[in-house]
Design a protein around this ligand. Structure first.
Ligand SMILES: Nc1ncnc2c1ncn2[C@@H]1O[C@H](COP(=O)(O)OP(=O)(O)OP(=O)(O)O)[C@@H](O)[C@H]1O
Length: 334
């Protein structure tokens, strides 16, 4: 469990002081994946660096499994840091070392013997899907493959926590998907806790179960993705789900924004509501996405028919999340 308690951090710059983190508090449960999202300069990297003990907060505390890291002496701090993997959007591999040689480096530095090194490096090459590239040099790999090697190197010391700062930066779609699949496998197969700082909410949708939204160093929202879906006012929901264009929808008896979660709900709930209540249900906007493997839809729907309210209540009852039924004199969405 990682606990960030009221952490603030400022930097001095030529133009004065820059507040990078302003009273941020959050938790990441062991084995969970937290996506820290925000625009450029919102403090994501600083948070990742503070949690990985590369940077000390000016105020507040970072606790790892309850241990206040501010109280550690230099030696314990160094040992604790080694238990935290860190990768960035730049792969930073050694060009004169092979993929396997790069992954093995931290083990060589800490004196792990040859057979154990080979076994661990072999396992990680398998995890990142690059067993056949063990002897390849970074220049002969794609940038996506180099990033995966960097993730393997960060994992080779068997850290309990892996921080990934903008891990998909400047990668094409395939390269990014490869890196995210590796992070996801690291979590599933090695049980590491993940903290991923990113500007890309697609990263969060793909591999995270929690989200923290930062803006100008402040934490705007923090929570489990599926729990946040229940809150219509949530910024995270706006960031994560398809946008609804607010086009007027004339001639409907009821207009509502709904969130449907899971294959069954996305596929069947609206047609079933229509036939049960004898109403016409039209999708006026929104779309489909996925959170992890789970399909999630956000639609603006229009209903025509006397039993439109009953149909909406039934959808809500069946686990569909009906946000703000919007009705006007002409059924025009606000
Ligand atoms: N070492 C530093 N010295 C001075 N200012 C810094 C330093 N590190 C971060 N900052 C400033 O702190 C603020 C937060 O930066 P940070 O890199 O944490 O944001 P970010 O959300 O990760 O941005 P990006 O998406 O661009 O990486 C920015 O205004 C940045 O310029």
């Amino acid at each position: 469990m990682i606990t960030v308690e009221n952490v603030s951090k400022s930097f001095r710059s030529r133009t004065g002081s820059v507040v990078a983190l302003d009273g941020v508090s959050l938790e990441v449960a062991a084995g969970a994946a937290l996506g820290v999202v925000g625009p450029e300069g919102s403090g994501k990297s600083t948070l990742a660096r503070v949690v990985s003990l590369q940077e000390r907060p000016d105020a507040g505390a970072v606790r790892l499994d309850g241990l206040n890291t501010a109280t550690l002496d230099t030696r314990t701090l160094r040992a604790t840091r080694r238990q935290i993997g860190f990768v960035t959007g730049e792969s930073q591999l050694f060009r004169q070392r092979t993929a396997a040689g790069n992954i093995a480096l931290p083990l060589e530095q800490s004196g792990v013997d040859g057979p154990r090194r080979r076994a661990r490096v072999g396992r990680l090459l398998d995890l990142i899907g690059l067993t056949d590239k063990a002897a390849a040099y970074p220049d002969d790999l794609s940038e996506g493959q180099r990033r995966r090697v960097a993730v393997a190197r960060a994992l080779v010391g068997e850290p309990g926590l892996l921080l990934a700062d903008d891990p998909t930066a400047n990668l094409d779609t395939d390269g990014a998907a490869g890196v995210l699949a590796v992070l996801d496998r690291a979590r599933a197969e090695l049980g590491v806790t993940l903290l991923v700082a990113t500007k890309d909410t697609g990263v969060v949708r793909r591999i995270c179960d929690d989200i923290a939204l930062l803006e100008a160093g402040r934490l705007l929202e923090h929570g489990n993705l599926f729990e946040l879906l229940r809150h219509p006012e949530s910024r995270a929901v706006r960031e994560l789900l398809p946008v609804i264009d607010a086009t007027p929808s004339v001639g409907q008896d009821r207009v509502a924004d709904i969130v449907l979660i899971g294959f069954a709900a996305v596929g069947a709930l609206l047609p079933e509501a229509a036939s049960r209540f004898g109403v016409q249900v039209s999708v006026l906007g929104g779309g489909l996405t996925r959170l992890g493997e789970t399909p999630v839809a956000r639609f603006r729907i229009g209903l025509r028919g006397e039993r439109s309210d009953g149909a909406l209540a039934w959808i809500d009852d069946r686990g569909g999340i009906v946000h703000q039924p919007l009705t006007g004199p002409q059924g025009v969405a606000a």
